[in-house]
Design a protein around this ligand. Structure first.
Ligand SMILES: [Mg+2]
Length: 270
């Protein structure tokens, strides 16, 4: 696959692909809308970005979805904009703009195992300085950004072993181990289902997905395979070689710039 090209400034061919109807905009939160910080509970979406998302979400024939590894309620709290869809827990849960919640039926039966993993890992990792076990009900995050690098392998072994004993799987993100149900539910399956529901896969539609992490690659891959018109954008400094996204932008400030353009664009079909 070719290295991704820079999305900004928007070239006319790219601009034209964003001009479809409906326009479905799907956005990861941490590292995409919110700059990465040492402690996930301190991450915040800048007010200017929230405003851009809010304006975009009220435009005609436009749908905005937040697609996060966080619990849906947590992602919604961080962005705090109405009129948006929220896909949480890496695709395990979806909340509509009116607050209707649904949990993937493949994930739901593993709730007790995830709770058990949280209890066991909470106890096992309690002595490790800097480790943060985040309970997201349908999945579990073990953050190690603040952990002594020499101790990280020990954390990894513990997470792997506990997950395996409970029939769960471990996925790696940026300085985090994600413990999830052993089913094929991820950001890829979730964005495809939601895009279909919102009309984003139809001919003439425009579809955009922006993410910064390894778990976003599932969405890039599925969209490039199933929706040739979709714009897939990886947030990364420089020229990333480990992505299947078609485009790249530098940082969350560049994402906001993109959202601003979309929020204030003249829309031929609006
Ligand atoms: Mg992210």
């Amino acid at each position: 696959m070719r290295a991704p090209r820079s999305l900004l400034p928007l070239e006319p061919d790219v601009r034209a692909r964003l001009d479809g109807t409906p326009l479905v905009v799907m956005l990861d939160v941490d590292g995409t809308l919110a700059p990465i910080v040492a402690r996930p509970e301190e991450a915040a979406v800048p007010a200017a970005t929230r405003r851009s998302v809010a304006v975009l979400a009220t435009r005609p024939a436009t749908h905005v979805a937040l697609v996060s590894g966080r619990a849906a309620g947590d992602a919604r709290r961080m962005v705090a904009v109405s009129n948006v869809w929220v896909v949480g827990n890496h695709g395990a849960e979806v909340v509509s703009p009116t607050g209707e919640e649904s949990v993937d039926p493949l994930v739901a039966p593993h709730e007790a195992a995830v709770a058990q993993a949280r209890a066991t890992l909470g106890r096992l990792l309690a002595p490790v300085a800097g480790v943060l076990v985040e309970d997201k009900r349908w999945t579990l995050s073990v953050h190690y950004r603040e952990v002594d690098p020499q101790v990280v392998p020990l954390v990894q072994v513990s997470v792997q072993r506990v997950a395996q004993e409970l029939g769960l799987r471990v996925h790696e993100g940026k300085m985090v181990y994600e413990v999830r149900a052993p089913v094929r539910v991820d950001k890829g399956s979730a964005v495809l289902a939601l895009a279909q529901r919102l009309g984003g896969l139809r001919e003439g539609a425009a579809l955009l997905f922006v993410g910064d992490d390894r778990t976003d690659e599932d969405a890039f891959r599925v969209l490039r395979h199933r929706a040739a018109h979709a714009l897939t954008v990886r947030v990364a400094e420089g020229a990333p070689t480990d992505t299947v996204a078609e485009f790249t932008v530098r940082d969350p400030a560049a994402v906001r710039e993109l959202l601003d353009v979309l929020a204030h664009a003249e829309r031929a079909h609006a």
